[in-house]
Design a protein around this ligand. Structure first.
Ligand code: IMP
Ligand code: MG
Length: 184
């Protein structure tokens, strides 16, 4: 298995680009059926989802769709849950629209749940979730995922948009962290 080093950690290939591409094509075919004629607004969550969004949008080919990008900034608010995520960069009118969130990975599900709730609060008619990767054994939030590319175990991964301390986002394959005892 091909190995790479990012900072002080070793990663080995776990999902080759060809497999990612097949998963994206499956989602795109489903979206063409579900979203035709709905004037969908796709929202790509930066930074992680940039590569997935790019490949997915090219495969979907809806002629009435729009795409926008948003970033989440975490800050500690004065509420009991501690962390609040603020949506930055969303200037589109959401009221009455079909919105599809494009995310790189759903882990605990907290991020997606927060974005979903905020879009519904802005008056979206329906909000769907598309995630390239899903760690079912980590999920703690009560959310419905409409489009899932690949289900993966609870390993830490990088590549195809996902990073380890800012590095690895540019890699076209996905790599898993090699645990200490298997490094040599
Ligand atoms: P959640 O809110 O726990 O679902 O976390 C989602 C976010 O955590 C993703 O958008 C990623 O930025 C990050 N994340 C979760 N798992 C991984 C991983 O294995 N590698 C890199 N980033 C991850
Ligand atoms: Mg992310």
């Amino acid at each position: 298995m091909k190995r790479i080093k990012l900072w002080d950690e070793v990663f080995e290939i776990s999902i080759p680009h060809s497999e990612i591409q097949l998963a994206i094509n499956r989602i795109a075919e489903q979206m063409k059926v579900d979203l035709e004629g709905k004037e969908t607004l796709f929202i790509c969550i930066l930074n992680g989802a940039f590569m997935f969004a790019s490949e997915l949008m090219k495969a979907v080919e809806l002629t009435d769709a729009e795409i926008s990008f948003l970033k989440l900034s975490s800050y500690s608010g004065a509420n009991s849950t501690g962390e609040i995520k603020e949506l930055i960069g969303l200037n589109e009118v959401i009221t009455g629209r079909t919105v599809v969130i494009i995310e790189d990975i759903v882990d605990s599900g907290q991020t997606i749940k927060e974005v979903l709730n905020q879009l519904l609060a802005k008056g979206a008619r329906e909000v769907k979730v598309a995630t390239l990767l899903f760690k079912p054994n980590s999920l703690r939030a009560d959310i419905k995922l409409d489009y899932v590319g690949l289900e993966i175990p609870n390993d830490f991964i990088v590549g195809f948009g996902l990073d380890y301390d800012r590095r690895g986002r540019n890699l076209k394959d996905i790599y898993s962290l090699v645990k200490e005892q298997f490094k040599n």
